[in-house]
Design a protein around this ligand. Structure first.
Ligand SMILES: [Fe+2]
Length: 158
């Protein structure tokens, strides 16, 4: 049976793939493709953040007083990553590969640390303390995905 941690961790894998592909296109100065893939990456990241901020974190906070601190830290880190993604988008507009690759390097380190904390601490905590509501939460997440039209972006399509 699908676990809460599975669905969020698989988002990380999908986002990482898109991230590395956008970097490769920038390295080759393939600006049109870089823009295309970066846009997908940012859309997927924003969807993932939104699912966490609007569904997962509130559910965790409701069930455990200990979750408030960690979920607040995750929200702040999301904001930092949003800022970097915006910078990368404007670097592509300006076709500034050096600046893009500087920002993407910073983002990669940030994503790695952030995702490790989520995958090792927050998601297992969610599987544990939200076990009773798991089905309801997963249904909510899938419904959210469909509404936003992201479900069609299946991994096999790119
Ligand atoms: Fe995440």
């Amino acid at each position: 049976m699908e676990k809460i941690s599975d669905t969020f961790s698989s988002d990380h894998v999908r986002c990482d793939e898109l991230f590395f592909r956008s970097e490769e296109h920038v390295q080759r100065h393939e600006w049109w493709q870089a823009k295309e893939i970066l846009t997908r990456f940012i859309d997927e990241m924003n969807e993932h953040f939104l699912k966490e901020e609007s569904i997962l974190f509130p559910a965790l906070n409701e069930h455990s007083a200990n979750a408030a601190g960690p979920t607040q830290v995750m929200r702040l880190e999301h904001d930092d990553m949003r800022q970097l993604m915006q910078d990368m988008q404007s670097d592509i507009k300006k076709q500034d590969a050096d600046h893009f690759l500087g920002s993407s390097e910073t983002l990669m380190v940030m994503m790695r640390q952030h995702n490790t904390k989520e995958e090792n601490i927050l998601y297992p905590m969610a599987d544990n303390i939200l076990a009773g509501d798991q089905e309801k939460i997963l249904a909510h997440i899938h419904e959210h995905k469909e509404k936003r039209g992201i479900a069609k972006w299946n991994k096999n399509e790119y």
